[in-house]
Design a protein. Structure first.
Length: 473
């Protein structure tokens, strides 16, 4: 099936950025709320790339606007209504004679809180608007007048509201989700169901209900899409929020490693989590969340031991079926990299400009490698585990002999910030990459010891190097 796309031309100088966009119910119209400084609402007949109308929605102070919605339409001939909300602002417009006409609103005669979300609610012949605020309240508005006030959550903002056949569903910035239904006297709403999303960034950004209202879909501030069944919630049946896709990191990935014995990859991230991925099934097998950011990670060759480096410590974990069990903790400030030896009997960890060597099975410190004048960025073992290659921000690449804990080769290029360095299988060459995109090949020289034999510019920021096994380079 061929896919078609069409680009809508924005008004020059009007919409430098867009804070909200929505299609009409028949998908023929497109409304977009622009950002600062004009805060203009523009209405298009998008198939013809025709601008039907535009209007400034903010107040004279330039209060930010957050969301626009089309009002419900009974037929194609029904008048087009558009609502817009912002910080202390609620406005409703009708498309009339090629312009968006502002409708009267008694609610705006008094100061109002910052509105964060809203939805249209149809009850019989009446069309009402639900306004969610940063104070955790939902206001019920009819014909511009306040008809009721519902306290959903006193500790969080209402980030999302969707209407249901009997009321509405609301999602809050603290991860709380609730469903409200009309009381028998049709004057008040009561909460009939509530649940919470767990995690470090659980805030709800949007909510969608399936047409049958049997399931609820939502997106979170942690960049996750979740689903939860709603059938039988009146009987308090247990259910859980399930991911619609793999649980990816929500922040920068700071480290990754793999192993020989198991088809897994470990990743660490600034979202304060470590994840284990199966690269055969392409699924996330384990997620472990911490209270601090993880800066590096290393997998043991067996696939059952894991090192994680934090800001002020290094931790050794055993990988269980569905969790990580801490085995040891090492006080180590600014742990920038860690690595198990190929045989798995040793591991190294970098802290600022020093490198510590530990016995994996006794957790005893066997030696310390000192010599870098800058922060150590990378640690790589040789194939035989007899040597270790390190590089730092001062432009130094060192090869260490683990038997004596002394440097066997070195090269310093001042002004260069290396990000990774490693040795070839035969130890004849060292390879290093820098943040300015250069890859250097180092080899022995009788006069200078170690020299840069070749270098080339990749034109990209390089963070890691990897050599294919048993491949001549």
């Amino acid at each position: 099936m061929r896919r078609h796309s069409q680009r809508v031309a924005l008004i020059k100088g009007c919409l430098q950025e867009i804070s909200s966009v929505i299609f009409s119910q028949d998908s023929k119209l497109l409304a977009a709320q622009g950002g600062a400084p004009d805060w203009s609402l523009v209405l298009w007949q998008w198939e013809k790339s025709k601008v039907l109308a535009s209007v400034r929605t903010s107040n004279p102070l330039g209060a930010p606007m957050t969301q626009v919605l089309f009002g419900p339409q009974e037929s194609v001939d029904s008048p087009v209504h558009i609502s817009a909300i912002g910080r202390g602002i609620f406005r409703t417009y009708r498309l009339q004679e090629g312009a968006l006409k502002l409708l009267p609103c008694g609610l705006m005669k008094k100061a109002q809180p910052a509105f964060t979300s809203h939805a249209w609610l149809v009850e019989g012949d009446e069309e009402k608007v639900l306004l969610g605020s940063e104070k955790g309240e939902v206001m019920l508005v009819h014909n511009g007048d306040l008809r009721g006030n519902i306290s959903v959550d006193a500790e969080a903002a209402i980030n999302a509201i969707v209407p249901t056949s009997k009321g509405f569903a609301a999602g809050c910035s603290n991860g709380s989700v609730s469903i409200w239904e009309r009381e028998a006297d049709h004057r008040l709403f009561r909460r009939v169901w509530q649940a919470s999303v767990e995690g470090l960034l659980p805030g709800i950004l949007s909510i969608v209900l399936t047409p049958s209202e049997e399931a609820l879909l939502l997106s979170t501030a942690g960049h996750q899409l979740l689903k939860r069944k709603l059938t039988g919630f009146h009987q308090e049946e247990e259910s859980a929020f399930l991911p619609l896709q793999q649980l990816h990191h929500s922040a920068e990935v700071t480290g990754a490693d793999t192993c020989l014995r198991r088809p897994i990859i470990a990743t660490a991230s600034l979202d304060r989590s470590v994840r284990l991925w199966n690269y055969v099934t392409r699924t996330c097998e384990l997620v472990k969340e911490f209270t601090e950011e993880a800066h590096c990670v290393a997998l043991h060759a067996s696939g059952y031991l894991l090192l994680v480096g934090f800001t002020d410590k290094l931790r050794l974990f055993a990988i269980l079926v569905d969790s990580l069990k801490q085995l040891a903790e090492f006080q180590m400030k600014a742990c920038s990299d860690c690595c198990f030896s190929n045989g798995g009997h040793l591991f190294v960890a970098a802290s600022n400009n020093s490198i510590a060597v530990y016995n994996t099975y006794t957790c005893e410190l066997t030696g310390t490698l000192r010599g870098h004048n800058g922060k150590v960025r990378s640690l790589r073992w040789s194939d035989s585990d007899a040597h270790l290659v390190s590089c730092g921000t001062e432009g130094a690449v060192y090869e260490w002999k683990l038997k004596t804990f002394k440097r066997s080769r070195e090269n310093v290029l001042k002004g260069c910030i290396y990000s990774c360095a490693l040795a070839s299988a035969d130890l004849e060459h060292l390879y290093a990459c820098s943040v300015d995109g250069k890859v250097c090949v180092l080899e022995d020289d009788e006069a200078t010891g170690t020299r840069i034999a070749a270098s080339f510019d990749t034109g990209a920021v390089l963070t890691q190097l990897c050599l294919p096994p048993n491949a001549p380079l």
